[in-house]
Design a protein around this ligand. Sequence first.
Ligand SMILES: [Zn+2]
Length: 366
Amino acid sequence: MVKLWLPVRIITLLGIVAVCAYSFTVPSSSWANEALKKNVKPTVSQTSEDMRSLWNKASQAAARGQQKECATFFELALKACPPADKSNLCTLHKNLGLTYAERREFQLSLNHYQEAYFLDDQDPESIYNIAASNLNLGKLGLALQWYNKYLQDFPAGKDSARARQMVATLSDAQQSKEAQSTDYLDESDQNTLARWQANKMPIHVYIEPGDKIPGYRKELRQFISDAFNAWAAASGGAVAWQLVDRPIEDGINVQWVQNPEELSNFQAPGRSATGMEQGHAKTETEYIGGKLYIFRCNVQIATYKEGTVMPNETIKATCFHEIGHALGISGHSTNINDTMNSYCPSTGLSNRDKATIKRLYQSPGN
Ligand SMILES: [Zn+2]
């Protein structure tokens, strides 16, 4: 494993350094010359002046190689930046991302590049550095996805040659890693395991009629059944389910919604680009005998995305993914071939999906 990782990290660091050349920009054109100061627009407050001064101090600290001081000034500049000034907010986040990367604080670096991406999802530098930060954090699958996204959005981008090289290296590394790991239960960010109690089997499942939902068609209902059947079969007999004809308090309710915005996990516009918005599973859990069990789950599946009816394949993949959550797989796989991958779930269960549900229901729990 160590042999595998080492060269990858070195290449990545070079990647970040390569990108930094155009990262330290000065506050944007509204302060391009001194004359503007005499003609301050009403929206430019005293706070913004503070921001400019703090930004300059940060840049000077960076020029002296004092990265810690630099980060402190950029954080203060961020606080002083007017919320409506999205362009400067974005640049500040990118500068902080770079500064923390140079200090090898890659989680902080990632957080700031993600904020920059939410402010401007067309910025190639943010996308490239989200990939690079993930790689430095050892999140190989996520890094691969973001390098791929960079290449998809900017095939002739400044860093496309490096991104292609990284995709090749990471794909090889991922294949070796998968050869060693048969499931992804441990990849979950959650450290608590929850599932349905054995005496709740078969789990009662209610699927709402979707007739009044635009974009709904009757074959979609079958996808939910297909998903339950596949997961149940993979569980080796631990999971069983049964359709019921009215909403239930202690089972799984499935609902169709037209817009991703209606999904209960929807956070804010601009954050939908993570690909999480096509479906949602909200599980409710309780401790019984010191172990955590799911007693209720509401699943929502969207029929539309960005004004377009979603194709059957996408909805089917979403159903498989969300039912996986409903049964207790709380995390995500980083492998794009698994149904529990959050970016491109597949319409059937991979061997790793099957092994994961099996192990979830076999493990002692906590
Ligand atoms: Zn998910």
